[in-house]
Ligand binder design. Structure first.
Ligand code: AMP
Length: 593
């Protein structure tokens, strides 16, 4: 197989990192992998008094029992500057109240609780309280429109929904007849709302008992249901279990290098799996202080949060990083970010440029890591004690066996040992946070596995030193004149150009070459689209990538279609370009037209 490799003289092959300010939890990746057993993570858990395992007992109550109840668990920063702090003891009591309220309402363990809220404190209490009560909880993006909300609530058989009066009236009231199983709607905040089963948080939860005995779940008990979009069809409901907490703990310690005294901020919304696993669970399981910011991205606000809260570990996403890059380092001048010691990124390819920019802007590189809704937690990561190779996702977590595999037409898999060969990224099943099913879609779930491997649907390659390199989703890769072309590589080169803010690259059919590469580009402020700039960009790409790989055409857009979690939706660019059905658009954030 032919793969293209980019060599850019301005991007070092390895990042020389500043000396870590605290010794990394995992000083030697190879040694940690060799010695690691998941039982060791289980040994770190307190377990329920009766012997079961519950995520929230490990994330909250055990810290209180260990005398850490006065430590800040969640520092919430509201849009208008309001703040609310939950110490671990407060969070234990509040989540007990929520679980007591569920019990009073007759919502039984195993039943579905949906939460449709912005990043309000009640979102965090409801998610954790539901898990204590043994319910299956689904946080939804509050920006979802009525249709995706209804589809998900229907699929997940929502029994209780937590939302605001305003969101209820605007998005749910009109579709109640589609949700006969939805018995209760718990409204957070004031405001008029009308419909069956409406209850007010302040009457129901605030008055409920702060004493609750956590339901005796075990490792295999269902916990979270997260929806993710497939290429076609309805969204997939990935079902997770309480045993995932072992992976949340291990990844919090190893991949995010969380130490007890850390102030951690994950910028993701809990409507995306990252915002739940790392915006709620992992930091609390590790007993650190978790910062929650209600507002959406705005560079000045973010830098202020980093400075004022003395954030030490920061987990964000490439789109945000690119937006910060667009503004340059000016807005960082005069900020005291001396508390910051570790930065990580996830969700989409992190351009090598961005890793290097981190060093320039913050004195620290961004550590890219890889995982997906189905894996429940970080699987491949650039660890604190490891050299970063810009553009690489890093190496597998201890306890995780990854491989590059090829599938034949009968669905058999062959593990590829030769380095630098492109194939599908596969993970040896099972591991604690692996999804245990796609809701109501046994066959679709079964198709994700072959011969003991979970097949991720992502194409990647591994270099001779064991670093994994993302190539693209299996269905995004472009084949042009026999060359396999990773769109990420092409996009990375385009975004190096000073005029380019964002780039999305697709393959369009070509009678001679099979497919040729087409690029969609959004420009930075101060640059105007035009023929001359188009030619310049094509020339730049051809120079850097070679004619076989470079885009043949380029189209300017004011922005590109993106999901809520910031991924450029190449399949939508492609569908629109080719006049094909647009498919499931429920996670679409910016339309990009
Ligand atoms: P989601 O389930 O929405 O989190 O999306 C998971 C998908 O996002 C993966 O299968 C990858 O295609 C992509 N992804 C996540 N992290 C990375 C990363 N570090 N580099 C490249 N792609 C990533």
């Amino acid at each position: 197989m032919d793969t293209q490799t980019i060599t850019d003289t301005r991007i070092p092959a390895r990042i020389v990192k500043p000396e870590p300010r605290v010794p990394p939890n995992m000083p030697d990746h190879a040694a940690a992998c060799a010695g690691f057993r998941w039982e060791q993570a289980l040994d770190q858990m307190a377990r329920l008094p009766g012997g079961g395992l519950n995520i929230v007992h490990e994330a909250v109550d055990r810290h209180v029992l260990a005398g850490l109840g006065t430590r800040d668990a969640i520092r919430w920063i509201g849009r208008n500057g309001t703040r609310r702090t939950f110490r671990y003891a407060d969070l234990a009591a509040e989540t007990n109240r929520f679980a007591s309220a569920l019990r009073q309402l007759g919502v039984a363990p195993g039943e579905g609780v949906f939460v449709l809220l912005g990043r309000l404190p009640e979102l965090y209490v409801a998610v954790l309280g539901s898990l204590k009560a043994g319910c299956v909880v689904t946080p939804l993006f509050s920006a979802f429109g009525p249709e995706p909300i209804a589809t998900r609530c229907e699929m997940g058989d929502a029994r209780l929904l937590v939302t605001t009066p305003e969101l209820y009236q605007r998005k749910i009231a009109g579709l109640r007849e589609r949700l006969p199983g939805l018995k209760h709607v718990l409204l957070v905040g004031d405001g008029p709302a009308e419909g069956p089963g409406l209850l007010r948080w302040n009457e129901c939860v605030e008055r409920a008992s702060p004493d609750f005995t956590t339901v005796a779940t075990d490792e295999d008990s269902p916990s979270l249901l997260h929806f993710t979009s497939g290429t076609t069809g309805r969204p997939k409901g990935a079902m997770h279990v309480h045993g995932a907490v072992l992976a949340h703990w291990a990844t919090g310690r190893f991949a995010l290098d969380l130490h007890d005294e850390d102030i951690f901020w994950c910028t993701a919304d809990p409507g995306w799996v990252t915002g739940t696993s790392y915006g709620i669970i992992a930091p609390l399981v590790c007993g650190v202080t978790n910062v929650v910011v209600e507002a959406e991205f705005d560079a000045a606000t973010w830098y202020e949060v980093l400075e004022r809260e003395r954030v030490s570990v920061w987990y964000t996403a490439p789109t945000a990083i690119r937006m910060m890059m667009r503004l340059g380092t000016g807005p960082l001048q005069g900020r005291d970010l001396s508390a910051l010691r570790f930065m990580a990124s996830v969700g989409e390819p992190l351009n090598p440029e961005a890793v290097v920019w981190g060093l320039e802007a913050f004195g620290l590189p961004f550590h890219d890591n890889w995982w997906q809704t189905e894996t429940g937690g970080i699987m491949v990561s650039n660890f604190a004690a490891m050299d970063i190779r810009p553009g690489s996702m890093g190496k597998p977590l201890p306890g995780i066996t990854a491989a590059i595999v090829l599938r034949d037409t009968e669905g058999r898999v062959a593990v590829v040992d030769a380095p630098d060969t492109q194939g599908e990224l596969a993970l040896r099943a099972p591991w604690p946070s692996m999804m245990r099913g796609y809701l109501h879609e046994e066959e679709r779930y079964r198709r994700c596995f072959a011969e003991g491997w979970y097949l991720t649907g992502d194409l990647a390659r591994r270099d001779a030193d064991g670093y994994y390199w993302f190539v693209g989703r299996a269905d995004d890769v472009i084949k042009s004149s026999g060359h396999l072309i990773g769109p990420f590589e092409v996009e990375s080169v385009l975004i190096e150009h000073p005029a380019v803010a964002e780039a999305g690259v697709i393959g369009i059919p070509d009678p001679t070459a099979g497919e040729v590469v087409k690029a969609f580009v959004a420009l930075k402020p101060g640059f105007e689209p035009g023929e001359a700039l188009g030619r310049e960009l094509l020339g730049h790409a051809r120079k850097r990538l070679g004619a076989a790989v470079a885009p043949k055409s380029i189209e300017f857009r004011s922005n590109l279609p993106k999901t809520r979690s910031g991924k450029i939706m190449r399949r939508l660019l492609k569908a629109r370009e080719l006049g094909l059905p647009e498919g499931d658009l429920s996670t679409l954030e910016s339309d990009g037209r």
